[in-house]
Design a protein. Structure first.
Length: 136
Protein backbone atom coordinates (compact mmCIF):
# COMPACT_ATOMS: atom_id res chain seq x y z
CA UNK A 1 0.00 0.00 0.00
CA UNK A 2 2.74 2.43 0.96
CA UNK A 3 4.64 1.80 -2.25
CA UNK A 4 1.54 2.25 -4.41
CA UNK A 5 0.64 5.50 -2.64
CA UNK A 6 4.19 6.80 -2.90
CA UNK A 7 4.61 5.96 -6.59
CA UNK A 8 1.19 7.33 -7.52
CA UNK A 9 2.05 10.62 -5.86
CA UNK A 10 5.61 10.82 -7.16
CA UNK A 11 4.87 10.09 -10.81
CA UNK A 12 1.33 11.53 -10.92
CA UNK A 13 0.19 9.56 -13.96
CA UNK A 14 -3.46 10.21 -13.15
CA UNK A 15 -3.75 7.83 -10.23
CA UNK A 16 -3.09 10.42 -7.53
CA UNK A 17 -6.20 12.27 -6.24
CA UNK A 18 -6.67 15.85 -7.40
CA UNK A 19 -7.88 17.39 -4.11
CA UNK A 20 -6.68 17.26 -0.53
CA UNK A 21 -10.05 15.82 0.52
CA UNK A 22 -9.75 13.02 -2.03
CA UNK A 23 -6.17 12.43 -0.93
CA UNK A 24 -7.49 11.81 2.58
CA UNK A 25 -10.15 9.45 1.23
CA UNK A 26 -7.51 7.57 -0.76
CA UNK A 27 -5.53 6.99 2.43
CA UNK A 28 -8.73 6.08 4.30
CA UNK A 29 -9.79 3.47 1.74
CA UNK A 30 -6.28 2.07 1.29
CA UNK A 31 -5.53 1.72 4.99
CA UNK A 32 -9.07 0.54 5.73
CA UNK A 33 -8.88 -2.38 3.32
CA UNK A 34 -5.42 -3.28 4.57
CA UNK A 35 -6.36 -3.27 8.25
CA UNK A 36 -9.93 -4.56 8.08
CA UNK A 37 -10.43 -6.65 4.93
CA UNK A 38 -7.09 -8.16 4.00
CA UNK A 39 -6.82 -10.46 7.03
CA UNK A 40 -10.31 -11.97 6.66
CA UNK A 41 -9.72 -12.54 2.94
CA UNK A 42 -6.38 -14.24 3.59
CA UNK A 43 -7.76 -16.30 6.48
CA UNK A 44 -10.68 -17.54 4.36
CA UNK A 45 -8.32 -18.30 1.48
CA UNK A 46 -5.95 -20.27 3.68
CA UNK A 47 -8.66 -22.32 5.36
CA UNK A 48 -10.64 -22.98 2.19
CA UNK A 49 -7.94 -23.51 -0.44
CA UNK A 50 -4.32 -23.21 0.61
CA UNK A 51 -3.78 -25.26 3.76
CA UNK A 52 -3.74 -29.04 3.48
CA UNK A 53 -7.17 -30.49 4.32
CA UNK A 54 -6.03 -31.60 7.79
CA UNK A 55 -5.03 -28.05 8.72
CA UNK A 56 -8.14 -26.29 7.44
CA UNK A 57 -10.62 -25.00 9.98
CA UNK A 58 -14.12 -24.39 8.64
CA UNK A 59 -15.00 -22.29 11.68
CA UNK A 60 -12.08 -19.92 11.04
CA UNK A 61 -13.07 -19.56 7.38
CA UNK A 62 -16.70 -18.90 8.34
CA UNK A 63 -15.69 -16.32 10.94
CA UNK A 64 -13.46 -14.60 8.40
CA UNK A 65 -16.36 -14.54 5.95
CA UNK A 66 -18.59 -12.84 8.51
CA UNK A 67 -15.95 -10.23 9.31
CA UNK A 68 -15.40 -9.63 5.60
CA UNK A 69 -19.12 -8.86 5.14
CA UNK A 70 -18.80 -5.84 7.44
CA UNK A 71 -15.99 -4.33 5.38
CA UNK A 72 -17.77 -5.20 2.15
CA UNK A 73 -20.83 -3.29 3.37
CA UNK A 74 -18.66 -0.21 3.93
CA UNK A 75 -17.26 -0.52 0.42
CA UNK A 76 -20.74 -1.02 -1.01
CA UNK A 77 -21.88 2.24 0.59
CA UNK A 78 -18.81 4.10 -0.62
CA UNK A 79 -19.52 3.04 -4.21
CA UNK A 80 -23.23 3.84 -4.28
CA UNK A 81 -23.79 6.36 -7.05
CA UNK A 82 -20.22 6.45 -8.33
CA UNK A 83 -18.12 4.23 -10.58
CA UNK A 84 -14.93 4.48 -8.52
CA UNK A 85 -14.07 5.13 -4.89
CA UNK A 86 -13.28 8.80 -5.35
CA UNK A 87 -15.75 9.53 -8.12
CA UNK A 88 -15.55 9.23 -11.87
CA UNK A 89 -11.88 8.31 -12.26
CA UNK A 90 -9.85 5.23 -11.31
CA UNK A 91 -7.27 6.25 -8.68
CA UNK A 92 -4.69 4.74 -6.38
CA UNK A 93 -7.52 4.13 -3.89
CA UNK A 94 -9.20 1.78 -6.37
CA UNK A 95 -5.89 0.12 -7.18
CA UNK A 96 -5.14 -0.59 -3.52
CA UNK A 97 -8.61 -1.76 -2.53
CA UNK A 98 -9.04 -3.90 -5.64
CA UNK A 99 -5.68 -5.57 -5.00
CA UNK A 100 -7.19 -7.05 -1.83
CA UNK A 101 -10.77 -7.59 -3.02
CA UNK A 102 -9.63 -9.46 -6.12
CA UNK A 103 -8.71 -12.39 -3.84
CA UNK A 104 -12.20 -12.59 -2.30
CA UNK A 105 -13.81 -14.86 -4.93
CA UNK A 106 -10.89 -17.28 -4.79
CA UNK A 107 -11.32 -17.32 -1.00
CA UNK A 108 -14.98 -18.27 -1.44
CA UNK A 109 -16.22 -14.87 -0.31
CA UNK A 110 -19.34 -13.92 -2.18
CA UNK A 111 -19.69 -10.38 -3.54
CA UNK A 112 -23.15 -10.98 -5.04
CA UNK A 113 -24.87 -9.23 -2.12
CA UNK A 114 -22.90 -6.07 -2.87
CA UNK A 115 -23.78 -5.17 -6.47
CA UNK A 116 -21.93 -1.82 -6.48
CA UNK A 117 -18.74 -3.41 -5.15
CA UNK A 118 -19.09 -6.38 -7.49
CA UNK A 119 -19.48 -4.15 -10.55
CA UNK A 120 -16.65 -1.90 -9.35
CA UNK A 121 -14.31 -4.88 -8.94
CA UNK A 122 -15.14 -6.04 -12.47
CA UNK A 123 -14.29 -2.56 -13.79
CA UNK A 124 -11.02 -2.51 -11.84
CA UNK A 125 -9.89 -5.99 -12.85
CA UNK A 126 -11.02 -5.47 -16.44
CA UNK A 127 -8.69 -2.55 -17.05
CA UNK A 128 -6.31 -2.93 -20.01
CA UNK A 129 -3.30 -2.03 -17.84
CA UNK A 130 -3.95 -5.05 -15.62
CA UNK A 131 -4.22 -7.34 -18.65
CA UNK A 132 -0.88 -6.01 -19.92
CA UNK A 133 0.77 -6.51 -16.53
CA UNK A 134 -0.53 -10.08 -16.31
CA UNK A 135 0.93 -10.89 -19.73
CA UNK A 136 4.35 -9.49 -18.82
Amino acid sequence: MALNLSLARKYDTGLWPRTLADEGRAFQRSLGVMTEAEEPVITALLHRRVFPEAQRRAAKAADAGERFKKRLAVLEGALAGRPYLLGEAFTVADLNVASVLAWAPLAGLDLAGAPHANDWLRRCTGRPALARAQRA
